[in-house]
Design a protein around this ligand. Structure first.
Ligand SMILES: [Zn+2]
Length: 263
C-alpha cells in the first residue's frame, strides 16, 4: 500500500514495512516533496512504489536529514536516474560514498543503502516558493540536520520525534545531545512537524515539549541513582526491568541501556 496526497503545497507519500519479528506491526515511511525538493528518499526496500512516485513528480534536489538506510536508501537511485544533487551533513559525505555493512534485521526491513556522492548541505535551502533554514540537530545520530521554514512554521524533523517516550534506542543515539537539540528547536517559531515515520503532526510543538519533559525526568532519575552509587547497568535494570525482546531481535543495536548511558 503506497499512498500519495497533497497537504497544501506539499506532495506527500507513504509506504510501509512489516516488522520481521511481528507481522502485525508496521513502520511507515513518509516522503515530502515541496517545489521539486525531496526531503529524505525512503528505503531501498520500498523501491518499486517509490520509483513510481519519483517518476510522476518532478524532483530537482534532494535533502537528507541523515545517512540511515531508511532515509538515504534511494539516494543512489535518484542520483543515477534523475541526476539530481543530494545534500547531506558535511561530516556524512565520506560515509555516503561507501556502502555500509548492515545487520540482517535492517536489510530485511529497509534493504541496502548503496553508495552515492553527496554534496555538503548549505545553511539554507531554497525552492521557488520557500526558504528552509538547515538546523544542526544531533541526538538521534551524531550528524543529523533538519529543515525549518519560518514563514510557514514548518519543521521537517528527521528522526528526532519518531518515538515520544522511547524505552529502547539505537546504539548511535545520544539522549543528552537530543535534549540539547530539542531545547534549541523549541526556540524556533514552528507548529507543524513533518516526521518521516509518524507523518504530519499539527501539534508538533506540544509533542516536542512532551518528549523533552520525558527525557528530562529520566535524566533526573538516572543522575540521582548514579549519585547514590548505582552503575549504569544497575540503573538500566531498575528503570527498564525485564528482558527487552527488541534488543535480541536487533542483535543488541537497540537497548534501554543506551538511554541510561547517554543521559
Ligand atoms: Zn535514523
Amino acid at each position: 500500500m503506497f499512498e500519495i496526497w497533497k497537504y497544501g503545497d506539499i506532495i506527500c507519500a507513504r509506504g510501509s514495512r512489516t516488522m520481521p519479528w511481528n507481522r502485525s506491526s508496521k513502520m511507515h515511511v513518509y516522503y515530502y516533496l515541496i517545489d521539486n525538493l525531496l526531503i529524505d528518499t525512503g528505503p531501498f526496500s520500498l523501491k518499486e512504489q517509490a520509483v513510481k512516485f519519483f517518476d510522476t513528480n518532478p524532483i530537482e534536489q534532494v535533502f537528507l536529514t541523515h545517512i540511515h538506510e531508511d532515509h538515504a536508501g534511494m539516494a543512489y537511485w535518484l542520483q543515477e536516474n534523475k541526476k539530481v544533487p543530494i545534500y547531506l551533513h558535511p561530516c556524512s559525505i565520506e560515509h555516503a560514498s561507501l556502502e555500509p555493512e548492515l545487520k540482517q534485521y535492517r536489510l530485511e526491513i529497509w534493504g541496502k543503502r548503496q553508495k552515492f556522492e553527496a554534496e555538503p548541505v548549505p545553511d539554507t535551502m531554497n525552492t521557488s516558493r520557500y526558504t528552509f533554514q538547515v538546523i544542526d540537530s544531533p541526538g538521534h545520530c551524531r550528524h543529523h540536520k533538519i529543515l525549518y521554514e519560518e514563514r510557514k512554521g514548518w519543521l521537517f524533523s528527521g528522526d528526532l520525534i519518531t518515538t515520544l517516550k522511547p524505552k529502547s534506542v539505537f546504539c548511535e543515539e545520544n539522549m543528552t545531545e537530543l535534549i540539547r537539540s530539542i531545547k534549541k528547536i523549541l526556540t524556533l517559531n514552528f507548529h507543524t512537524v513533518f516526521c518521516p515515520h509518524t507523518g504530519i503532526l499539527e501539534n508538533g510543538r506540544e509533542l516536542f515539549g512532551q518528549k523533552l519533559n520525558y527525557l528530562l525526568q529520566l535524566q533526573k532519575q538516572v543522575r540521582n541513582l548514579r549519585y547514590e552509587g548505582f552503575s549504569d547497568r544497575e540503573i538500566d535494570q531498575q528503570l527498564f526491568p525485564g528482558p527487552d525482546p527488541v534488543t535480541q531481535l536487533t542483535e543488541g543495536e537497540f537497548s534501554s541501556y543506551f538511554i541510561v548511558n547517554t543521559l
